[in-house]
Write a protein that binds this ligand. Structure first.
Ligand SMILES: [Fe+2]
Length: 258
C-alpha cells in the first residue's frame, strides 16, 4: 500500500514529536503492508505564518534523518516528500517559486481547505492549480461543512479530475458514527478515490491505520476498488500516470450528516 498523507517527519509540525516517534510510526505502517509513505507536513500559509517551521530545506533535512534511521533499523518503508498545502490564493505562485512541494517528482499536490470554505471558493483554488498544470488531491473532503451538508457537491471536482482523499480514521469510526456513515457513503458512491492515514502519531491519537481502512473499504466495495484507493491510484499519482476512477454515483436519498 501507499499512504499519501502523513505527518511522520519529526519535530516539524503537529505530527511526530521525536525521531523515535517517527520510527515507531514507520514500523507500524510497514508492519501493516505500507511500502511507500508520503511525508506531507503542513506548508506555511497565511494562518500559521508566525509559528510554522515549514521550509523546504527543513523538510529535506528531516527526511534525510528519518531515511537514515529507517535504514539503520531495517524498516522497509520508502518516504516520498510532499506538502499538505493550505488552499488559499497565491498557492500556484508559491509552488512555482519552490516554497511548497508537490509529491516527489510528480505534478500532483495535496491540498486542504479551511473547513468552512464554501464549494465555489474551493473550486476556484482547485481549478487554478489545474490550469497551472497540477493534479490535485483534495485532503479529507469529509471534514468540510459543505460536503457534510451535501456530499454530491464533490461530483464536479471529480469530473474535472481532482482526486478525493478520505482519512482512514473517518471510515473506521474513530471520528464518531456520523462521520463513519458519511465516509462509508462517500466510498460506496465512488466519491473518494484515495484513502490515506493522515497519521500524526500517538500524542494526536491518529496512527498509521491504512491496513485497517483498506480492509473496511474492501468490505464495502470489494478488493479491487480497495486496492485502487490504497495502491493503484497512489502509484499513478507518484508516476504522473493517467487515472480513470469509476464514475461517482450521486446520492439520491436525502442524507443529513451532522
Ligand atoms: Fe494532514
Amino acid at each position: 500500500m501507499i499512504d499519501l498523507h502523513s505527518h511522520i517527519l519529526h519535530d516539524f509540525d503537529d505530527g511526530a514529536r521525536t525521531l523515535e516517534a517517527a520510527i515507531a510510526m514507520a514500523r507500524e505502517a510497514a508492519a501493516m503492508g505500507v511500502t511507500v509513505m508520503a511525508a506531507t507536513p503542513h506548508g506555511r500559509n497565511s494562518t500559521n505564518a508566525d509559528h510554522s517551521r515549514y521550509t523546504v530545506a527543513l523538510l529535506a533535512e528531516r527526511l534525510a534523518e528519518l531515511r537514515a534511521a529507517l535504514a539503520e533499523e531495517d524498516i522497509n518503508l520508502e518516504l516520498v516528500p510532499g506538502t499538505e498545502i493550505y488552499g488559499e490564493p497565491g498557492v500556484v505562485e508559491r509552488l512555482k517559486a519552490g516554497e511548497l512541494l508537490p509529491y516527489g517528482e510528480s505534478r500532483t499536490v495535496l491540498v486542504e481547505f479551511p473547513l468552512t470554505s464554501p464549494a465555489d471558493v474551493v473550486e476556484q483554488i482547485v481549478f487554478g492549480l489545474q490550469v497551472a498544470g497540477y493534479r490535485v488531491v483534495y485532503a479529507h473532503p469529509e471534514r468540510m461543512r459543505y460536503v457534510q451538508h451535501d456530499p454530491n457537491s464533490l461530483v464536479p471536482l471529480i469530473e474535472r479530475g481532482a482526486l478525493m482523499q478520505l482519512t482512514g480514521d473517518a471510515l473506521l469510526g474513530a471520528q464518531g458514527p456520523v462521520m463513519r456513515h458519511l465516509a462509508e457513503t462517500l466510498v460506496t458512491h465512488r466519491l473518494v478515490q484515495i484513502i490515506a492515514s493522515d497519521a500524526h502519531g500517538p500524542h494526536f491519537g491518529r496512527l498509521p491505520n491504512l491496513g485497517a481502512a483498506r480492509a473496511r473499504a474492501a468490505e464495502l466495495v470489494g478488493d479491487a476498488e480497495a486496492d485502487a484507493m490504497t495502491r493503484a491510484v497512489p502509484t499513478l499519482i507518484l508516476n504522473d500516470g493517467p487515472i480513470t476512477p469509476p464514475p461517482p454515483i450521486p446520492i439520491r436519498q436525502r442524507f443529513s450528516f451532522f
